[in-house]
Every structure is written in C-alpha cells, then in structure tokens.
Unconditional design. Structure first.
Length: 316
C-alpha cells in the first residue's frame, strides 16, 4: 500500500490558473487576488509554489501559453535556490490575451516547426536546462504535426539531447491521438516518451490508451483532474456523499480517483490559491474502497458531450 508521501511524489503542480489573469477554471473567484495585475499574480504564484514545495511536491507543469507561468516559476526558483524541482513545459499555443480579462482571444494554437523553434528558444531563455519534459500542447489526431517531417525531426533531435519529449491531448478522440503519436519514429527510435492527457471522473475515455502507454514504458501525466473545477464547484451528489464520508472535499476525492489508477504517474493539480492547494492535497491521505470507485465510475459522461461542455466555458 502506498503512503501519503508516495502519493505526494505523484502530484504535479500546474500553473495554468496562476500564470495569467483569465482562465476557464471554475472556482477562481475569491481565490485569486482582488486585483489581478502581474505583481499580485506573481506573489500568489510564489505563495502556492512555496506551500507546494513544503508539502513535498517537486514537479511543476507550465506552458508557453500560460501567460507568465514560465517567468514566475523561473523567478521563484532563482529566489529560493531549489535544485530538485522537475519542470515540464509545453509549446504549440501562444498567449495573446495581453493580460486582459476581456480579451476576445486568449491563446492561439499552431503546430509547426517554426512555432516549436521559437517557443523552445523562449522556454530555454527563461528556464535554461531546468526543463526535463517538453510537450506538444493539445495534440489531436488530425494535427499537422503528423505529416510535418521537419517538425518531427526537430522533436527527435531534442529528445536525442536529453530532454524528454512528450505531448498533451484534448478532445473526444484522445485515445486515437495517443496511439498515433507513440507510433511516430525517427531512425527507428520513438519521438515521444511521455503523454499528458485529460482523465477525470467525468471524462475517463482515454484510460485504456493511457494504461497501454504506461505498460509500454511511457510516462503518463493526468491533467484536468477536477474537470476545470466542475468536480469541486458543481460536484455531483455521489461525489459529495463519498467526500463527506471521508471528512474531506469533493476535489480531494476526485484527485484520489486519479491516483487510484496505477498507470497514472502524476496527477496534475491546478489550484488558484494556497487553501485550494491544501484541499487538493488531502487526496494523498485518501484510499477509496472498491465500492466507492464503482460508484464514482458511474459519473462518466459521453466524451463528446464532455468536450462540448468544456468548449462552452468562458474565460474569466
């Protein structure tokens, strides 16, 4: 049986909700600073990072499109002097929101060799050699990446230079994207060694593909563990009942459900404040019964419906 510290080792802190003023996560109102200027958001990010480090978390996940997440993380690492933090970042989306809550467009996606080269240079300029994993952001089965030989070769070259190369997935066809991506090879060697996919109690459809990836020796990270806050703010009754039985919140139970999957190497959580972090981390103290896991499995939605609902969430 795993211990709470073992489970903390499987938690990664994501900065999607802290690196920019607007995001689609529910439950950020009241958690973030009253004024979301750069200085205030930087301070909030440092506070969460400090508490996460104190709790034993050593994995932090950022992205070029998460506003100033890489910049904030770099500043924190420089000030604190921590040398044992493992950083993963992503390229593919560019943040174009201009630090505005009311921006018409917050991020723009482009999977091209040009975008990869530019964003890898930007990431390296900030984080240097701290990046242990660099991921294609939101790879879909129809991405132009799959037929872009210069891009595939550039990713393979990065992998050959001791930076693990991975991809994240989104959408109802995650499983197909996972299988197609792991089949990519250059000179007989796989391009990708890691995947970060959405899996939560409402959207578990990628589970079999992720289990297969884990069995094949790939690193598996799980994102959107709380369904962009829906499982905390709009928790279904069965989730609330199980949480009450354990004397905790629905968010902890939802994260514990991710950790119950042996194939999940890391569960990425995205708290907007220190109290949310503390609440999420109660998952490391939970062990769900077989009966509870079966009851929670009944929360799964049709994948298409889930992603349509996600697309309807507003940025605020």
């Amino acid at each position: 049986m795993s211990t709470p510290m073992d489970r903390v080792d499987r938690i990664a802190l994501g900065l999607a909700a802290l690196g920019r003023p607007a995001y689609i996560n529910l439950g950020r109102d009241g958690a973030l600073p009253a004024v979301r200027d750069v200085a205030s958001m930087r301070t909030a990010t440092f506070t969460v990072l400090d508490d996460a480090y104190a709790a034993g978390i050593r994995n932090v996940d950022v992205a070029r499109s998460y506003g100033r997440s890489e910049e904030f993380l770099t500043g924190w690492l420089d000030e604190r002097g921590h040398l044992d933090v493992v950083v993963s970042s992503k390229w593919g989306y560019a943040y174009v929101g201009g630090w505005r809550l009311d921006a018409e467009v917050h991020e723009v996606k482009e999977h091209s060799a040009t975008r990869f080269a530019a964003q890898w240079a930007e990431t390296r300029a900030l984080l240097g050699d701290r990046v242990g994993l660099y991921q294609v952001h939101s790879l879909t089965v129809d991405s132009p990446l799959f037929t872009d030989e210069p891009l595939i070769e550039a990713l393979a070259e990065l992998a050959a230079n001791d930076v693990a190369v991975g991809f994240s997935t989104s959408g109802p066809a995650q499983a197909a994207a996972i299988e197609r991506a792991f089949a990519l090879e250059v000179a007989g060697r796989p391009v990708f060694s890691a995947v970060q996919s959405t899996w939560n109690l409402l959207e578990p459809s990628a589970g079999p593909a992720l289990a297969a990836a884990h069995a094949a020796g790939k690193r598996v990270l799980v994102k959107e563990t709380l369904a962009n806050g829906r499982l905390a703010v709009e928790a279904p009754r069965v989730l609330l009942d199980i949480a009450a039985a354990h004397g905790t919140g629905p968010d902890a139970v939802a994260v514990a459900a991710v950790l119950a999957n042996d194939w999940a190497g890391a569960a990425v959580i995205g708290p907007a404040s220190a109290p949310q972090l503390e609440a999420n981390l109660r998952a490391t103290m939970l062990s769900l019964s077989t009966h509870e896991e079966a009851a929670l499995a009944g929360l799964a939605e049709d994948a298409g419906d889930y992603w349509r609902h996600r697309s309807s969430l507003g940025w605020d």
